[in-house]
Write a protein that binds this ligand. Structure first.
Ligand code: HGY
Ligand code: MN
Ligand code: MN
Length: 411
């Protein structure tokens, strides 16, 4: 199949996947949902069509196996995630999975290693607030305590996995053995403005920013909005709002840091009642772990100060922490060598967004290929990448596989 046809097929498949949502009028596809079920079935059919042996592992990852000419060979892992944020764009995650499948369809010669295309079950962490569930299981670093996490509907993760056809008791079986692996390569939209500002279609990722996700509660006293004097209120939302502005202020002052309060839950959430309880999420990121950790400690103290002054009870709970993760120099050099033929003056750039590659780096060398996205927009329905750029990315990835095959010690 010509590359142009392969890219047209990717565009069609992105459209089809972009319609598989658990919400009627926007794209939201979360871990172990019915929408993920339909997405896994559809992508699994494309993997089968590409000549792969398809399975779903115990946690819900979809895995296509493309056999090698040498049964005892090691494995190259390709892929990305199939889950999305709420009101998502249709490229985040899906593009990496579809480019990987297209690489298999583009293979002209047998390769001296097997290729596993993994469509990870949960990178965003929307349903249970814990990211990378799929890649954590594959990397053997899944925290079984997460199985007791409860979603907004009161269902535990274990129950969701069972309902999805998985087996929470067998998460261990999802693990790949590091000695069997050559490496993991992920293509992903940049989700930032750098490639577009350079007029480049693709770039090589140097490192993935570290991130801390925390949950912060403010417990005040609910009361009548019309009768409680302002001076005697213990308004939980005002405490949360003051903290949120402090987060913004601190992040603006530190160049290497970004921080976001993305979710707010207010109780009792009635217009004529002073908010008694507020729970917010905090997302803090930096390429430099010390910067991130120092900022988190300072923000934790800010929660205590605001709570004391407003006489509310504040609590701070780390939900998840991921260190800043450099990509493998060696695997990235090979990817760069292949990609440089397709992108003159190819650049290397860091990723502010998290990716499954950050977890896969715990067991195998990782490399990432970024694809330009319009305006750097992502986690938004306006997210988009052009067919031309997808074609450049497919060419680079396909050439990377050929280069690896020509270099591979199993040959
Ligand atoms: O939040 C992130 O960086 C990624 O999209 N999960
Ligand atoms: Mn994302
Ligand atoms: Mn992503």
């Amino acid at each position: 199949m010509q590359r142009i046809e392969a890219v047209e097929r990717i565009v069609d498949r992105l459209e089809s996947l972009g319609k598989i949502s658990e919400e009627p009028d926007r794209l939201t596809r979360t871990f172990a949902s019915q929408a993920m079920r339909r997405a896994n079935d559809l992508v699994g059919s494309w993997m089968t069509q590409a000549g792969m042996i398809v399975r779903q592992d115990a946690v819900g990852n979809l895995i296509g196996h493309y056999p090698s000419v040498r049964p005892d060979s090691r494995k190259l892992l390709l892929g990305s995630h199939l889950d999305t944020v709420r009101n998502a764009g249709k490229f985040d995650g899906a593009l990496g999975v579809l480019l990987a499948i297209a690489c298999i369809e583009q293979l002209r010669n047998p390769v001296p290693f097997s290729i596993e295309v993994i469509a990870f079950a949960d990178e965003e962490g929307v349903r249970f607030q814990s990211t990378y569930l799929g890649s954590r299981a594959v990397a053997g670093v899944f925290d079984v305590r997460d199985l007791e996490r409860i979603d907004a509907g009161g269902t535990t993760m274990a129950e969701c996995i069972r309902a999805f056809g998985g087996d929470p008791a067998c998460v261990e079986s999802c693990r790949f053995d590091a000695k069997d692996l050559i490496g993991y390569v992920e293509a992903h939209i940049e989700q930032g403005p750098v490639l577009e500002s350079r007029g480049h279609a693709i770039g090589i990722v140097s490192a993935i920013a570290g991130q801390t996700r925390a949950q912060i509660d403010f417990q005040g006293i609910a009361g009548h909005a019309g009768t409680v004097p302002m001076a005697s209120r213990k308004d939980a939302f005002c405490a949360a709002a003051e903290f949120t502005l402090a987060v913004e202020q601190q992040a603006r002052e530190i160049s290497e840091l970004v921080a976001t309060v993305g979710q707010v839950a207010i109780e009792p959430n009635a217009s004529n009642v002073i908010p008694g309880f507020v729970r917010i999420t905090l997302d803090v990121r930096s390429r430099d772990d010390a910067t991130r950790q120092t900022a988190c400690e300072s923000l934790r103290q800010t929660v205590a100060k605001i709570s004391q002054r407003r006489q509310v009870r504040g609590s701070w709970q780390i939900v998840q922490e991921n260190p800043s993760t450099p990509c493998s120099q060696e695997l990235s050099a090979l990817l760069r060598q292949a990609a440089a033929k397709h992108q003159p003056n190819l650049i290397t750039l860091p990723s502010g967004a998290g990716h499954d590659a950050a977890v896969m780096a715990k067991i195998t060398p990782v490399a990432m290929l970024f694809v330009r996205c319009r305006g750097g927009v992502s986690h938004h329905p306006d997210e988009s990448a052009t067919s031309e750029d997808m074609s450049v990315a497919l060419g680079a990835l396909s050439d990377f596989i050929s280069l690896l095959a020509s270099r591979h010690e199993d040959v």
